[in-house]
Design a protein around this ligand. Structure first.
Ligand SMILES: C[S@@+](CC[C@H](N)C(=O)[O-])C[C@H]1O[C@@H](n2cnc3c(N)ncnc32)[C@H](O)[C@@H]1O
Length: 183
């Protein structure tokens, strides 16, 4: 598949330069989540150069879509190019800007939100996108072990507010939090 070639290219690049793409142990859970919840529409916060978007898009149905937000215009340009090369442009809509100002303007509804941008802003991203997430929809948060100190408020909210059923998955050096919206 074209998309697998592009994924391998990005993985190779990440070995040569600093490129904080989702790590394989967490990427496996990301793909599992897309499949387990039969996800169709994803809101991604933190595109970088499109690696996780391509991973998810590969597992969406034909009419599935990822709306992704990236603050860095250079990364966004590369993401667009990578997704096009992967043959997945039809499933990808990119917003360039700060998620904190972009999310309120997005009108779509989603059944998954993927949080992977500034770690101490996760709760703000979630609060802004919560009304766009369907009941029963899922929030996948990356790096919740490594950056736990920066997202205590986020973890407290999804674990203890009663608004989510939340599961932590430890992968050793890091972990992910998968939270299902209950309301
Ligand atoms: C860890 S990287 C994302 C990796 C990507 N999800 C992947 O696995 O391929 C985080 C990205 O979030 C972007 N970012 C950080 N704060 C942001 C914000 N407030 N709004 C939008 N993007 C942001 C950064 O520029 C960076 O590209």
């Amino acid at each position: 598949m074209e998309s697998d070639i592009v994924l391998r290219e990005i993985e190779d690049l990440s070995k040569r330069t600093f490129l904080p793409i989702i790590r394989p142990a967490m990427a496996k859970h990301l793909v599992d989540t897309v499949r387990r919840f039969s996800v169709k529409n994803v809101l991604e916060v933190g595109t970088l150069i499109g690696y996780s978007a391509i991973l998810m898009a590969e597992h969406l149905p034909q009419d599935g879509r990822i709306v992704s937000i990236e603050i860095n215009p250079n990364s966004a340009r590369l993401a667009k190019e990578n997704v096009r090369k992967a043959g997945l442009a039809d499933k990808f809509e990119l917003h360039i800007g700060d998620a904190l100002t972009v999310i309120p303007g997005i009108k779509d509804k989603f059944d998954m939100v993927f949080l992977d941008a500034t770690k101490d802003e996760y709760l703000k991203y979630l609060k802004l996108s919560e009304n766009k997430l369907e009941r029963g929809g899922v929030v996948f948060a990356d790096n919740v072990k490594m950056s736990a100190h920066e997202m205590r408020d986020y973890l407290d909210y999804v674990r203890n507010s009663g608004r989510y059923k939340s599961e932590y998955i430890d992968v050793g050096f890091d972990g992910v939090e998968i939270s299902t919206k209950l309301f």
